[in-house]
Design a protein around this ligand. Structure first.
Ligand code: SAM
Ligand code: SF4
Length: 355
């Protein structure tokens, strides 16, 4: 079933749900919509955070260019391919290559080679998602031809004024929109998302974010709570206690549930940032309507240098530990893992039929 035409007021009412019982009921409703439209399976995307080198300076992000407390790394092509093939061997259907933003020719070639090798060496079986920020159309085309078929680029917020406050002047919201258009036009399954609980963001903004996803026919949603990082302009002064964590977690769960109820057939990720707020955050995300999990398969030695926010979980664990820990967690909420399946967004196939 395609999206339903909830009004902005109706979405706001869902986001303003108060009380433990009421939140449970909201999640139950979203879970039923998930069962009806995408089913009970959770799909894995093994996440390879292959480089923290970034030319941008987003005010919220721990690996922003001007953070001198980060030691910069870039995994080698062999290390990336090896991590991807490990995921393939474990039956994960897809991998996500994510990094800070670079658009120099050397980087574009490097990604192109890594994507082609993963495609070839997995016998075409691994689905490949990229999350490498804003790039020109030609670059997106090259990576698509090399074998990537999904791309994630968050709009961070659909409120343009707020977007301007989160980024230095050389960031342009319209440039993000052009990226989304280009990606869709080339044939990618397109994912976007926002941060939830940003300073200055209100429930109307969040409702508008959901309407943005709907009006732009987005296939995949990756969103999670905003969590401060002490070495960033936005995180320096923020105090983050247990009470705030609870409120932010609940808001993020309401946002997942409201998105599922409105959009119905899209893929929605239960992101690691949820787990930073509660050890069971990702399972709660599944119960609120999410159907995708991105286990971290980055080599442990690099993880502490890809710290986007404080309290990022699983910093000292290896991919094998993440794998068994997750299996138990998913089992605990009664869901199945779609091993060896791409688990593409049903919305994408319906969109393709319409076009
Ligand atoms: N550089 C690429 C980009 O910006 O699209 C991909 C990597 S970037 C680290 C991925 C996402 O991390 C961003 O879209 C942003 O939403 C999220 N992120 C960064 N800092 C964060 C923070 N402090 N709290 C929560 N999410 C954050
Ligand atoms: Fe770089 Fe992405 Fe972080 Fe912005 S959010 S500083 S582009 S890694």
């Amino acid at each position: 079933m395609p999206s339903v035409d909830l009004s902005k007021q109706e979405i706001i009412a869902l986001l303003e749900t108060e009380g433990e019982r009421e939140l449970k009921d909201l999640c139950r409703r979203a879970y039923d919509v998930k069962m009806e439209n995408v089913g009970k399976k959770v799909y894995y995307r093994g996440l390879i955070e292959f480089s923290n080198v970034c030319k941008k300076n987003c005010y919220y992000c721990g690996i922003r260019r001007d953070n001198r407390n980060v030691s910069r790394y870039c995994m080698s092509e062999d290390e990336i391919v090896e991590a991807a093939l490990w995921a393939h061997g474990c039956g994960y259907g897809s991998v996500v290559l994510q990094s800070g933003e670079r658009s120099d020719a050397e980087f574009v070639d490097f990604v192109e080679r890594a994507v082609s090798r993963i495609k070839k060496e997995s016998g075409g079986e691994l689905g490949i998602t990229l999350s490498l920020g804003e790039q020109g159309r030609e670059t997106y085309e090259r990576w698509f031809k090399a074998g990537a078929h999904r791309y994630l680029i968050r709009i961070e917020t659909s409120n343009r004024e707020l977007y301007a406050k989160l980024h230095p002047e050389d960031h342009d919201f319209n440039a993000r929109l052009r990226c989304i258009e280009n990606l869709r036009d080339i044939g990618y399954q397109v994912g976007t998302g926002v941060m939830i609980g940003l300073p200055g963001q209100n429930v109307e903004d969040l409702a508008n974010d959901i309407l943005f996803f709907r009006d732009n026919d987005i296939d995949m949603i990756g969103m999670g709570p905003y969590i401060p990082h002490k070495d960033t302009p936005m995180g320096e002064s923020l105090k983050w206690g247990e009470k705030e964590k609870r409120t932010w977690l609940e808001l993020a769960l309401k946002m997942i549930a409201a998105t599922r109820i409105t959009l119905r057939d899209v893929n929605i990720a239960s992101t690691t940032a949820l787990q930073a707020l509660d050890p069971k955050g990702r399972e709660m995300g599944l119960e609120a309507g999410a159907n995708i999990i991105m286990p971290n398969i980055t080599a442990t030695k690099y993880r502490s240098q890809y710290k986007l926010y404080e309290d990022k979980p699983c910093m000292d664990e290896n991919s094998m530990m993440c794998r068994s820990c997750l299996e138990a967690r998913i089992d605990s909420v009664g869901e199945e893992i779609g091993y060896k399946e791409w688990g593409d967004s049903p919305h994408y196939f319906k969109r393709m039929k319409k076009e």
